[in-house]
Design a protein around this ligand. Structure first.
Ligand code: PEP
Ligand code: MN
Length: 368
C-alpha cells in the first residue's frame, strides 16, 4: 500500500544548505530574555535551521506550566528578526492556528496528544484551509500507525502540501530507559507507505534525558530520517518544562558535530558494484528462506490433518519447548541474537497454529 499524499519535497520549502536539518530551541518559551538568549546562541552555532519553542504546552497534569501563551508569539517574532531563523511552534486548536498564522510563524507542528485525537486534528486541519504554511505531524502518543497516517491525511486534504512527520516515540506500559519507546519499525512503516514524506526525529522526547540523545540522533540519521528536532535551553537546569532532556546550545553544537552523515546512495561506482553483488546474494538467500518456510508449512498441514483425524490437540507445549531450546542453541552457535531467534520461531509457530486450526475446523471428506 502506498499513501496518496499530495506534497512538495522538503528542500522546496526548507533548505538552507545545512546538513543534517536541525530544528532546535527550548521546550517552552518562558521569558523574552530566555527565548532571545537561547535563540542567539543557537544561531551563533551555525548548525540550526529552525528555532522551535512551545507557546501553548499540553501538559499531562493540570497545575504544571501550561505555556506562556500568545505573548510568546511576539518574542518569537523578535527572535526571528534578530537571528534570521525561521520559527516553529505547536498548535493544538483552531485558535492557535489563527494566532500563529497572524504572527507569521513559519512552521507549525501538531503535538503527539493532538495526533491521537481525530477531532482535534480535524479542527486544526479546518483552520489551516487556504494557508500555505508547512506543517509537521508528530506521531500519536500510542503506537498506532493509522492514527499518525490519518492525521497526515487530514492536514494534507486541507491543502497543506509542505508536509512532514516527526517521530517522537510512543508511550509504553513497560518502563524502559526511554521516556517514549522509539518503536523504529512504525517510523519505517510510515516511510515505506509514504517514501516522499520527510520524517524528522525528536530524540529529546524519545530519550527524556540528555545522555541518550546522541545515540538516538545517530540512529535516526542512519535510518535516513531527514533531520532532528532537539530541545535546547540557555540553562537546562532551571527550565520550566522538560529540564532533564534539554541541552545547552553549546552541547547541541557539539552533538551535531559528532554525528556521522551517511548517504542513502553512494557515488562511488566500485562500492555500488560490490553492494549490487551482496544484494544479489541476499535476494537468493531470501528466496531460499521463503521456499523453506513454504515447505515447512506443507508439513505442518499434514500434521494438522493427522492430529484432526486422531483427535489430538494442536498445541503440545513440550514439543514447542523442545523446538525453542534446540533451535536457539544452534542459533547462538551461529552468533544470532537469542531474542531475535525466539521472535522468529514464534512468528512461524503462530502461523503454523493458525494453519492447523483452519484444518482442524474443516471437516474431512468422509464426514462431509
Ligand atoms: C514538545 O515538543 O515540546 C512536546 C510537547 O512534544 P510531544 O507532543 O512530542 O509530547
Ligand atoms: Mn518538551
Amino acid at each position: 500500500m502506498k499513501l496518496n499524499l499530495d506534497i512538495v519535497p522538503l528542500n522546496s520549502w526548507l533548505d538552507n544548505g545545512k546538513e543534517p536539518l536541525i530544528i532546535s530551541g527550548p521546550c517552552s518559551a518562558e521569558t523574552e530574555e530566555q527565548l532571545l538568549a537561547t535563540a542567539k546562541l543557537l544561531a551563533a552555532t551555525g548548525k540550526v535551521s529552525v528555532l522551535r519553542a512551545g507557546i501553548w504546552k499540553p501538559r499531562t497534569r493540570p497545575g504544571e506550566f501550561e505555556g506562556i501563551g500568545s505573548i510568546g508569539l511576539e518574542w518569537l517574532k523578535r527572535a526571528k528578526e534578530e537571528t534570521g531563523l525561521p520559527t516553529a511552534i505547536e498548535v493544538a486548536t483552531a485558535k492557535h492556528v489563527e494566532e500563529a498564522l497572524a504572527a507569521g510563524v513559519d512552521i507549525l507542528w501538531v503535538g503527539a496528544r493532538s495526533t491521537a485525537n481525530p477531532f482535534t486534528v480535524q479542527e486544526i486541519a479546518d483552520a489551516l484551509q487556504g494557508a500555505d504554511v508547512p506543517v509537521l505531524v508528530k506521531n500519536p502518543v500510542n503506537p498506532d500507525l493509522s492514527l499518525w497516517i490519518g492525521a497526515l491525511e487530514r492536514i494534507n486534504r486541507a491543502g497543506i502540501k509542505k508536509l512532514g512527520a516527526i517521530h517522537r516515540g510512543f508511550s509504553s506500559f513497560e518502563k524502559t530507559s526511554f521516556r517514549n519507546e522509539p518503536m523504529w519499525d512504525l517510523a519505517i512503516q510510515l516511510k515505506t507507505v509514504a517514501p516522499e514524506l520527510p520524517i524528522i526525529n525528536d530524540p529529546s522526547h524519545i530519550c527524556g534525558n540528555r545522555e541518550l540523545i546522541p545515540y538516538i540522533s545517530q540512529k535516526a540519521l542512519d535510518l535516513d530520517m531527514q533531520g532532528l528536532m532537539i530541545e535546547s535551553h540557555l540553562d537546562p537546569s532551571v527550565a520550566w518544562t522538560d529540564a532533564k532532556q534539554q541541552v545547552t546550545p553549546a552541547a547541541l553544537a557539539e552533538l551535531v558535530d559528532r554525528l556521522a552523515l551517511r548517504k542513502a546512495d553512494s557515488d562511488n561506482p566500485v562500492f555500488e558494484d560490490q553492494l549490487a553483488v551482496l544484494r544479489k546474494d541476499i535476494d537468493a538467500l531470501d528466496d531460499v528462506i521463503i521456499q523453506k518456510v513454504g515447505e515447512r508449512m506443507k508439513i505442518v498441514e499434514k500434521i494438522g490433518e493427522f492430529k484432526r483425524d486422531n483427535s489430538v490437540t494442536i498445541l503440545q507445549v513440550s514439543r514447542w519447548d523442545e523446538i525453542v531450546e534446540k533451535r536457539t542453541a544452534i542459533a547462538s552457535a551461529l552468533k544470532l541474537d537469542k531474542d531475535f531467534t525466539v521472535k522468529l520461531l514464534e512468528l512461524i509457530h503462530n502461523e503454523s497454529i493458525r494453519k492447523q486450526n483452519e484444518i482442524m475446523n474443516t471437516k474431512t471428506s468422509v464426514e462431509a
